[in-house]
Design a protein around this ligand. Structure first.
Ligand SMILES: [Zn+2]
Length: 282
């Protein structure tokens, strides 16, 4: 998709399957099963729709999926794809890891950050995007590395710290322009420092809302992830973001939607918001 000067592409960071219960929080299965089909162990299909953005000057990647390092047991648990789907997807568009100059993390959960490293021949984790500034919100960085017992299991520190040790990690502030035409905004909700990324060019906007609204079946206020650390914040902020997107005609990029990489949204009297002009990829 062209958005003014930006060429935006959906890149598959790896399909996986997550428990249907944790994907819809307090919404009972008797309700969500009418919308999404679960498998025989109650999992539902999820994508990792990463975003490649190029404007002729910058080559930007948003999030990295889960990567290629997980052990067979984990891979089976989540039915993860083999190999490094993200790297293959970039290569299919003629983009090498060294071409990425800016890598932005919406937040630092495993399915967003683990694709940024791979094992070297001594099984040490090394950065894949070795020439990119790796940007993350300051609060997210503090929570991910703060070793708070109640958050420790949420963040894969073994994968995060090598990026810092390589001197690639940089923290950014709420509302900071990351490159011209791309701004990061702290949404809170999913994690305290979770960021939405908004592209703007030629009078148009496209927003990556990350896990505050991960798919087109999460448009309703109460339909949010059990993984959310601050669910009330998600219930407040998500409708605000969707209302702006609907009223101003933004594109939304759905990071975990297995069917749609992008759509616009419209207000709906019954269902709060609905996806319109949905497309499989940007
Ligand atoms: Zn996620």
């Amino acid at each position: 998709m062209n958005l003014g000067n930006w060429q935006l592409d959906t890149i598959n960071g790896g399909q996986f399957w997550l428990d249907g219960g944790v994907m819809f929080g307090v919404v009972p299965k008797t309700v969500w099963k009418n919308v999404v089909q679960a498998d025989d162990i109650n999992r539902i299909p999820c994508a990792n729709n990463c975003v490649l953005a190029r404007d002729g000057t910058h080559t930007v990647l948003i999030d990295t999926g889960y990567g290629g390092k997980f052990a067979p047991l984990d891979r089976r648990f989540y039915s993860m794809e083999e190999g490094e789907p993200l790297i293959e997807g970039l290569a299919a568009l003629g983009v090498a890891p060294e071409d990425i100059d800016t890598l932005v993390f919406s937040h630092l959960h495993f399915d967003h950050v683990c694709g940024a490293t791979r094992f070297d021949d001594q099984r040490r984790r090394v950065p894949i995007f070795s020439r990119a500034r790796h940007l993350v919100g300051r609060i997210e960085w503090e929570d991910a590395t703060g070793r708070l017992p109640e958050l420790e299991s949420a963040y894969p520190l073994d994968d995060i710290l090598p990026l810092y040790d390589a001197g690639l990690m940089m923290v950014v502030e709420d509302g900071q322009e990351l490159v011209p035409g791309l701004t990061g905004f702290v949404t809170g909700g999913h994690t305290r420092g979770h960021m939405a990324l908004v592209f703007e060019s030629g009078g148009q906007k496209a927003a990556y809302l990350g896990d505050i609204c991960p798919s087109t079946v999460h448009l309703r206020r109460m339909w949010h992830l059990s993984y959310d650390t601050f669910p009330l914040e998600t219930r407040r902020r998500k409708p605000e973001w969707l209302a702006r997107a609907a009223d101003e005609g933004w594109w939304i990029m759905w990071n975990h939607d297995p069917r749609y990489g992008a759509s616009r949204v419209a207000r709906d009297a019954k269902r709060e918001f609905v996806a319109v002009e949905a497309r499989a990829k940007l």
